[in-house]
Write a protein that binds this ligand. Structure first.
Ligand code: GZL
Length: 321
């Protein structure tokens, strides 16, 4: 039910149907959520967090999986508008190409909340708030860990880095690259010799790492992966090439999923920078505030840490995703 019908309902109650208990009249909040896809362990945990939180909050959740395709997200948002949901929320697969459909949501007076990733739009009023990580800072944290590691272990050698990028045009891929490059520029011996997208998936991570190994072989000292799933796929390629992941090739990754902790305990991954997918509870609270017309912050940043291999065994039992 969208805000117009809800305000009419409340007006009807005020005008004469006040005898019915308000609670019985107030329909549950309906949220239309368009999810990127199911490409990684992180995404699976994010979807679970949103569905569980909706159930706990008694929200009527209309959930659409876009299989990582923007046109499917646009279709889903149009369908939510047609269904007159109270709030639209989504994790935009890429940053651009949203102005038209978000203008349609604005014309229908349906507020839009961004979770996980953000958009580049000409009119900032096209969404109410963005709940998600600071991806530039995640890239910086990965870079800082590597600077420290190199200072301790190979202060005077050249360091050749290969980079597995996330989805082309997505906020995390653009910003994790930016933050990492900004920090490693402090040491001129660190050089990114190959960089290519592996779309945040394990299978593509393995495939692209195979190509890197074929082209550069033992010249590769470090792999920087924009997410753990690509790093885990690359670990398989490194082992099949007869090299030791985590030793012959140092691996720096982002997300902090359980698979990364297991790889660190096995000595195959050196560090993962946390990126929390557990955005469900925050989304439900903010959506209720927005639907009730209460003010919400323009930007809600999730708090996260960095987990090197040394702490993996102790930390694994605490991991929630
Ligand atoms: C980050 C999220 C990214 C994860 C990947 O918030 O958008 O998408 O890092 C996921 O694992 O596929």
């Amino acid at each position: 039910m969208n805000l117009n019908r809800r305000s009419l309902l409340l007006a009807a109650i005020a005008a004469g149907f006040g005898s019915l208990p308000l609670a019985a009249m107030a329909a549950p909040l309906t949220i239309g959520f368009s999810q990127v896809g199911a490409e990684s362990e992180w995404r699976t945990a994010n979807t679970m967090s949103i569905k569980d939180a909706a159930k706990k909050a008694r929200v009527n959740l209309k959930f659409a999986d876009a299989q990582q395709r923007q046109e499917n997200q646009i279709k889903a948002i149009r369908s939510f508008i047609a269904q007159k949901v109270d709030v639209i929320a989504f994790s935009p697969v890429v940053e651009t190409g949203w102005d038209t459909v978000l203008r349609e949501a604005k014309a229908a007076k349906i507020p839009v909340i961004l979770t996980d990733r953000t958009v580049n739009v000409s009119d900032e009023s096209l969404y109410v708030t963005f709940i998600g990580s600071d991806f530039v800072e995640e890239g910086r944290r990965a870079g800082r860990w590597l600077l420290e590691h190199v200072k301790k272990n190979s202060p005077d050698s050249a360091v050749n880095i290969v980079e597995l990028q996330g989805t082309v045009g997505s906020g995390p891929a653009i910003d994790r690259k930016k933050g990492f490059e900004e920090v490693i520029a402090a040491n001129k011996k660190l050089k990114i010799i190959r960089s290519q997208t592996a779309e945040f998936t394990r299978s593509k991570g393995k495939e692209v790492m195979e190509a890197f190994l074929k082209a550069e072989g033992k010249k590769i000292n470090v792999l920087y992966a924009h997410n753990d799933d690509m790093a885990i796929g690359a670990i398989q390629a490194i082992e099949e090439a007869g090299l030791k992941p985590g030793k012959d090739i140092v691996i720096v990754s982002i997300d902090g999923v359980k698979g990364a902790f297991e790889a660190m305990i096995a000595g195959k991954l050196n560090v993962t920078v946390e990126c929390s997918p557990l955005l469900g509870p925050q989304l439900m609270k903010v959506a209720a505030d927005v639907a009730a017309g209460r003010p919400v912050p323009r930007r809600i940043v999730t708090q996260e840490g960095v987990f090197p291999a040394e702490v993996a065994a102790k930390e694994l039992p605490n991991r929630k995703y």
